[in-house]
Design a protein around this ligand. Structure first.
Ligand code: ZN
Length: 267
């Protein structure tokens, strides 16, 4: 049976009903077990998950600029339609940041893992996908990244406990990448590895860099002010080199750019 989009919207709304309360509870849980929710990884080695999109790409600059973190970039070759163009963007910015911050960019690691597995995918309800995304897509990447953090801690003889994700304020209600999923992934990781210092987090969501956090427009502004060529980032989900202009990623990007232009006119 195929359910319509409205049905999945209702599910999403139900999920969001106790959102703020659940965030508070998860924060309290972390606080009572380790005394903090997030510690800025100043001078520490961190992993940043980069998709080649605007948000995660600009996050790299913010993290190094503000915290002098040593950064390992991880990109998942997850067999997505737009992989060729995502990977091109990731390669470009790896070189770009390596030239800008030679002492901070440690490595770019590409992990070839099909996410989610295509087995039985023909049965996926596309309406569900449109509203809720691919089931456990981000969480699967985050789990794989935790394992890499453990291995890479050995490789680089340091402790890597921070995995940074480029979620912005616009992602708040997204079950896959919003603050609730990040907190629950942090807790899940701490419990399943028996170590309480893990943090899977997006510092764009809180006051870490800027009071009130970052929306997509704030990121565009930051990129302009800091000479980051965001036109080289890739968001579109489709296979074509030229962005389709229609998918959700394109929609969000186009909206953010036009709002940014409007904000310049009214300034
Ligand atoms: Zn598109």
């Amino acid at each position: 049976m195929k359910l319509n989009e409205e049905y999945w919207h209702r599910i999403l709304n139900l999920y969001g009903k106790n959102y703020n309360k659940n965030i508070r509870l998860l924060k309290e849980f972390l606080k009572s077990n380790r005394g903090y929710i997030f510690e800025k990884p100043i001078d520490e080695t961190v992993i940043i998950l980069c998709s080649g999109g605007m948000d995660s790409t600009i996050l790299i600059d913010l993290v190094i600029n503000n915290w002098n973190s040593k950064v390992i970039i991880i990109y998942f070759k997850r067999d997505a339609k737009n992989e060729e163009w995502e990977e091109k963007a990731v390669d470009y910015f790896f070189e770009f940041y390596r030239a800008r911050y030679p002492n901070n960019i440690v490595d770019l690691l590409k992990l070839k893992v099909q996410i989610p597995l295509r087995i039985n995918k023909e049965y996926l309800d596309r309406n569900r996908q449109k509203i809720l995304g691919l089931p456990m897509r981000n969480s699967t990447m985050w789990n794989n990244t935790v394992a890499q953090a453990v291995y890479l801690s050995g490789k680089y003889k340091t402790t890597i406990r921070t995995i940074l994700i480029g979620s912005v304020k616009d992602d708040r209600d997204n079950p896959e990448s919003g603050p609730l999923s990040l907190l629950s992934q942090t807790i899940n990781t701490c419990i399943c590895t028996a170590i309480w210092n893990w943090q899977v987090y997006s510092p764009l969501l809180d006051d870490s860099f800027k009071k009130g956090g970052f929306s997509k427009i704030d990121l565009i502004k930051y990129a302009q002010e800091n000479d980051i060529p965001i036109e080289k980032t890739r968001s579109c989900f489709e296979k074509t080199e030229t962005p389709c202009g229609k998918c959700l990623a394109c929609e969000n990007r186009i909206k953010a750019f036009s709002e940014y232009k409007n904000s310049l006119l009214t300034d």
